[in-house]
Design a protein around this ligand. Structure first.
Ligand code: MG
Ligand code: ZN
Length: 221
């Protein structure tokens, strides 16, 4: 008992709910990915492309986090996948309690993969476990190179980093060499994909990698 109380104290309320979510996802053989970035990096466009490329191979659902609107959820719904909207009403990150409720609504036992699109923000989403299997962080070439050193925690905890808007690289000052150097310091084991959600460039490398991760959990059919 003493040990449990200590653990409760140390982990905090969010971490306990995240563990509960994680256990539930694991029981259902579901892969859950927490998708994070600053606003405008292209999370939703990457999701749209990912859904298209994996169509017919796996069953996917999406939990959409946004401050007030359901614009992204509408875009995802058009792709024919189940989507649940969370409006945080001003809160700048998702927490495990919000995700647990959305997951109940999603009714996901038949799904193989669930994406959680977090609120666009590189700061506090990094500190909130949601119960996900891993984190995917998007950085776009239009944002500049300084984001990795300015927001190290979010990049440190990512299993995969998508460098989006790679088609715009010639028109920006983004340096792939500097990016590789910074990531080598902060998170040398991260899987890196250079992609363009807009043109589709590099997206198949990402979805092939993702499909292997999903298959690692076992497909439902
Ligand atoms: Mg979005
Ligand atoms: Zn926040």
């Amino acid at each position: 008992m003493v040990q449990i109380n200590m653990e409760t104290h140390l982990l905090g309320a969010n971490e306990l709910l995240a563990k509960k979510n994680h256990n539930l996802f694991a029981q259902q053989g579901l892969l859950v990915v927490n998708l994070m970035s600053s606003p405008g990096s292209g999370k939703t466009t990457i999701l749209e492309r990912t859904i298209d490329l994996l169509d017919g191979q796996i069953k996917m659902g999406v939990i959409e986090g946004d401050l007030y609107t359901d614009q992204d959820a509408q875009r995802i719904e058009k792709k024919g996948v189940r989507v649940i909207q969370i409006n945080t009403e001003g809160a700048c990150h998702l927490d495990a309690g919000m995700v647990g409720k959305a997951y109940q609504q999603l009714a996901a036992p038949d799904l193989d993969l669930v994406f959680i699109e977090n609120v666009g923000n590189l700061v506090c989403p990094a500190e909130f476990e949601l119960g996900e299997d891993f984190r995917a962080v998007v950085i776009s070439t239009a944002e500049g190179n300084d984001k990795i050193s300015k927001y190290p925690l979010i990049f440190h905890r990512a299993k995969v980093i998508l460098v989006n808007k790679i088609d715009l690289l010639p028109y920006t000052d983004f340096s792939l060499d500097n990016f590789q150097r910074d990531i080598a310091h902060i998170n040398p084991s991260a899987a890196i994909f250079m992609v363009s959600g807009r043109t589709g460039e590099g997206m198949e490398n990402w979805t092939e990698w993702l499909l292997r991760e999903v298959k690692g959990k076992g497909l439902k059919r």
